[in-house]
Design a protein around this ligand. Structure first.
Ligand code: FEO
Length: 178
């Protein structure tokens, strides 16, 4: 059985992961509307990954006898993006917030002596290293390109390739219909 504190913290994380999925959907839509098809495909895939992050925690909590409580969610706040750089700055900031949240959850598990959940969270800790590094790498490239359309076009193509490689590695085939 899982403690109330750990259950509460897991539920909070479940809701953050769901919010992440919705946030990246909003970003994907903005990118598509603004001509960045590669970035859009990348963010749609990212949104699916966040839902998978949420589902893993839902199954884990339920398997341990905890009740899942879905919070009501308001509208995704930031849809008025200005540039592609703006989008990925916000992706990085969001991932940094999620990393801090996972670390805090890990701390609660240890304080509660729930080493099983702490061990389970190791996957998320490793995943956050990759998520932050990917977002930072993309942002660096966009910053190097500045406002040059040619550079942004190439970055968008690269995001398309990254997305396809990710989907191939995950065995999920082509990008979702856009
Ligand atoms: Fe589920 Fe991107 O953190």
């Amino acid at each position: 059985m899982i403690s109330k504190k750990v259950s509460k913290a897991l539920n909070e994380q479940i809701n953050k992961e769901e919010f992440s999925s919705r946030l990246y959907l909003a970003m994907a839509s903005w990118c598509q509307l603004n001509g960045y098809q590669g970035a859009s495909d990348f963010l749609y895939t990212q949104s699916d990954e966040e839902r998978m992050h949420m589902l893993k925690l839902v199954h884990y909590l339920t398997d341990r006898g905890g009740a899942v409580q879905y919070a009501s969610m308001g509208p995704v706040p930031a849809t008025g993006y200005k540039t592609l750089s703006d989008v990925f700055r916000k992706v990085l900031a969001h991932e940094e917030m999620i990393s801090a949240s996972i670390n805090s959850l890990y701390g609660i598990c240890n304080a509660e002596e729930d080493y099983t959940t702490a061990h389970y969270l190791q996957w998320y800790i490793n995943e956050q290293i990759e998520e932050e590094s990917t977002a930072r790498g993309i942002l660096d490239k966009i910053t190097l390109a500045g406002d040059q359309k040619g550079g942004l076009f190439m970055i968008d193509k690269e995001l398309s390739a990254i997305n396809l490689a990710k989907k191939a590695a995950a065995g999920t085939g082509t990008t979702p219909a856009t």
